[in-house]
Ligand binder design. Structure first.
Ligand code: NAD
Ligand code: ZN
Length: 249
C-alpha cells in the first residue's frame, strides 16, 4: 500500500476538483457492518420493499420494529479517520462534493457541510412523510412505538411516515441523482472509498467519471469490477490509507 499511498497523495495534489464517492466500507471502522459482512444487520432478513411498506399495515409495523431494534448500532456510531480525511479534503476546497451510498449520516457528523453531501440512498437517522415530505426525528416515534405500539403517520397530512432511506422498489431521489451526475462530470479526480461497486445506478458514477476524462482511484479491501479501468486501485483499509494520504485532523 505504501507506493499506492504516495501515488494517491500526488494525484490529490495535482487534482483541481475532486469528488469523493463512498460506500459502506468507509463506515465499518465506525462499527457499522457493511452489506456483505456475514454478521451484517441488514443481511439477516429479507428487506421490506417499498410496495409492501405502502400496501400493508403489518409490513409497516414490522419495518418500524426492525428499525428500532437495529437503531442503537447507528446511534452509537462516530465518524472515523476515513470520514475525517474526507472532511478535510472538502474543507480545503480539494473536493467539491461527497457522493455517498451510505445512510448513516457520518459524513455530516464529521463536519462535511450538508449541502456538500449527496445521498443516493437517503438517510436512516430521521424519517419523512411520503406524501408531504415533513421531517420527523426518530426518538419521539420510537417512544410512541414502544409505549403504545403506534406506527407513525403524518401529523400534518395523515400520510405514511417512513425512514428517509430509499428502499428496494422505491424511486431514486431525483435531485440527488442530478447533482451527483453534474459533480461527476465536473471533476478531474474521482475517488471511490469502500464500495463493492456492484449496486447500480450508484456504481455507474465512477464509470461516468472515467469516460469523461477524470482519473479514477479506488480504495477498497476487496477487488471491485472497476479496478481494471482505475488509474489506481489500493486494496487496503481506508482509515490507514486516507490518514496517510490526506491526514485526518
Ligand atoms: P458493500 O457492502 O457492497 O461493499 C463495501 C466494500 O467495502 C466491500 O467490498 C469491502 O471489502 C470494503 N471494505 C469494508 N471495510 C473496509 C475498510 N475499512 N477499508 C477498505 N475497504 C473496506 O457496500 P456498498 O457498495 O456501499 O453497497 C451496499 C449497499 O448497502 C448500499 O446501497 C448502502 O446504501 C447500503 N448500506 C449502507 C451502510 C451504511 O450506511 N454505513 C451499511 C451497509 C449497507
Ligand atoms: Zn405529511
Amino acid at each position: 500500500a505504501e507506493s499506492g499511498i504516495a501515488t494517491l497523495r500526488a494525484m490529490l495534489v495535482a487534482a483541481r476538483r475532486a469528488v469523493v464517492f463512498t460506500g459502506a466500507g468507509i463506515s465499518t471502522e465506525s462499527g457499522i457492518p457493511d452489506f456483505r459482512s456475514p454478521t451484517g444487520i441488514w443481511t439477516r432478513m429479507r428487506p421490506i420493499c417499498f410496495q409492501d411498506f405502502v400496501a400493508s399495515p403489518a409490513m409497516r409495523r414490522e419495518a418500524w420494529r426492525r428499525k428500532f431494534a437495529t437503531d442503537p448500532v447507528l446511534r452509537a456510531a462516530q465518524p472515523n479517520r476515513g470520514h475525517r480525511a474526507v472532511a478535510r479534503l472538502v474543507r480545503e476546497g480539494k473536493a467539491s462534493a461527497v457522493i455517498t451510498q451510505n445512510i448513516d449520516g457520518l459524513h455530516q457528523a464529521s463536519g462535511v457541510p450538508e449541502d456538500k453531501v449527496i445521498e443516493l440512498h437517503g438517510n436512516a437517522t430521521y424519517a419523512r412523510c411520503l406524501d408531504c415530505g415533513m421531517r420527523y426525528e426518530l426518538e419521539p416515534l420510537r417512544l410512541a412505538f414502544e409505549r403504545d405500539g403506534d406506527v407513525p403517520d403524518c401529523a400534518a397530512c395523515g400520510g405514511l411516515v417512513k425512514t428517509a432511506t430509499i428502499s428496494f422498489g422505491q424511486a431514486m431521489p431525483e435531485a440527488a441523482m442530478i447533482r451527483a451526475e453534474a459533480e461527476t462530470r465536473a471533476c478531474d479526480l474521482f475517488l471511490v472509498l469502500g464500495s463493492s461497486l456492484v449496486v447500480y445506478p450508484a456504481a455507474g458514477f465512477p464509470e461516468m467519471a472515467k469516460r469523461n476524462g477524470a482519473r479514477l482511484v479506488i480504495v477498497n479491501r476487496e477487488e471491485t469490477p472497476l479496478d481494471g479501468i482505475a488509474d489506481l486501485a489500493i486494496r487496503h483499509g481506508i482509515g490507514e490509507v486516507m490518514g496517510a494520504a490526506v491526514g485526518n485532523s
